[in-house]
Design a protein around this ligand. Structure first.
Ligand SMILES: Nc1ncnc2c1ncn2[C@@H]1O[C@H](COP(=O)(O)OP(=O)(O)OP(=O)(O)O)[C@@H](O)[C@H]1O
Ligand SMILES: [Mg+2]
Length: 347
């Protein structure tokens, strides 16, 4: 069975999508089959993989193949169609063998309200019983279809029913953050929201109506893998003073608020495992600098920064040399991140 990993922070713009893409690509490079699931109605991940190749690929996907996305896969449950919820035919990500995209859909947002009602009232309303279990069901069937080891779930910013569902039914989760004040605040609210969600999921998993469903709601077992701090401005390789201060503050909130909350809710792995897998006491999977000028080439070629060739970087001389050095540093950082993730999951 594949490990479903949710990348979640209700704060927007903290590099959830970027981390999903970069980490997923790295896990696939290391030899695993990986499904990138775009569960954000903004469809940024789908855009990142397909969009910049020219609008035609995106347009073709939605116009000619309307069934190849997450919303279409869920529609039998949400629109009471007489067919089963099953695997989605993914898009093979160009340039990386074993990496697949489960495309998102803007219309997934239309299911948010119904799912919210189902998740509140499912004990009493039989017709909604299949909805809460249908999301993890689609991801599992798709992973099975591709023999994937990992499903990385890119989530929208926000605390809606879809996120509540995907988060609590995941096997593991990563919290991406940025070194700024709002990310510090976000850690505070996650520390109260996550335990509430977990309580709900425990009740849902014991609810006989949800157990009886065509897609039973799974027993919650999500475990924290760690955080990623992304987009700091470096000075000689390390974060400059202003960023360093926010990084310290985020780590302090994680330590004093988030970790105790997760521990109380049974959402931590064995404490000593984090140390054994190289996360140290701060639960950090990686601290990633600003991609700076490399971001343009990365977007043009739908390729992670660290996988860009000299040709794709498109510079010469000392500029190219500096860019290549920076690229190789990002490679080391994402290699280390993938290594930690694998270590935590395998142990
Ligand atoms: N390390 C980085 N260096 C420079 N830019 C970055 C870096 N990481 C992410 N970005 C940029 O920051 C913006 C936000 O990143 P991203 O879309 O991954 O965040 P998100 O958390 O998925 O946002 P949302 O909440 O809207 O889904 C994007 O324009 C992305 O290209
Ligand atoms: Mg995103």
């Amino acid at each position: 069975m594949a490990s479903r990993i949710a990348l979640f922070n209700h704060k927007g713009g903290v590099s959830k999508t970027t981390t999903t893409f970069n980490l997923g690509w790295m896990l696939a490079e290391r030899g695993s089959k990986v499904v990138l699931a775009d569960a954000d109605p903004q469809c940024n991940l789908t855009g990142m993989v397909l969009g910049y190749r020219g609008a035609s690929e995106l347009e073709q996907l939605y116009r000619k193949e309307p069934d190849r996305n997450i919303r279409a896969a869920l529609s039998p449950a949400f629109e009471s169609q007489p067919r089963a919820v099953g695997a989605v035919e993914c898009v093979e990500v160009e340039g990386c063998a074993g990496l697949y995209l489960l495309p998102g859909h803007v219309g997934l947002a239309e299911y948010e309200v119904t799912l919210g009602i189902a998740q509140e009232l499912s004990g009493s309303i039989q017709t909604l019983q299949n909805l809460p279990g249908s999301l993890p069901w689609v991801l599992d069937r798709t992973a099975e279809h591709y023999d994937a080891e990992f499903v990385l779930i890119d989530m929208s910013p926000g605390l809606g029913a879809i996120n509540q569902n995907l988060f609590t039914t995941s096997d593991f989760f990563i919290v991406p953050t940025n070194p700024d004040f709002f990310s510090v605040m976000a850690i505070d609210s996650l520390s109260t929201v996550i335990p509430r969600w977990q309580d709900w999921a425990r009740r849902a998993a014991e609810n006989p109506v949800l157990q009886d469903a065509a897609y039973p709601f799974p027993k919650p077992q999500a475990r924290f893998l760690g955080t990623v701090v992304q987009k700091f401005r470096p000075r000689r390789g390390t974060p400059s003073a202003a960023f360093a201060q926010w990084i310290v503050e985020i780590q302090e909130r994680i330590d004093t608020l988030l970790i105790p909350a997760l521990e109380q809710s049974g959402m931590l792995l064995d404490r000593e495992l984090y140390g054994r897998c190289g996360l140290e006491a701060d639960f950090t999977l990686g601290v990633i600098a600003d991609f700076n000028s490399l971001i343009a080439a990365s977007q043009t070629h739908q390729t992670p920064i660290y996988a860009l060739s000299a040709e794709q970087i498109g510079k010469a001389g000392v500029v190219l040399e500096a860019a290549e050095q920076s690229r190789d540093e990002f490679r080391s950082a994402f290699e280390a991140m993938a290594e930690k993730v694998c270590c935590l999951i395998e142990s």
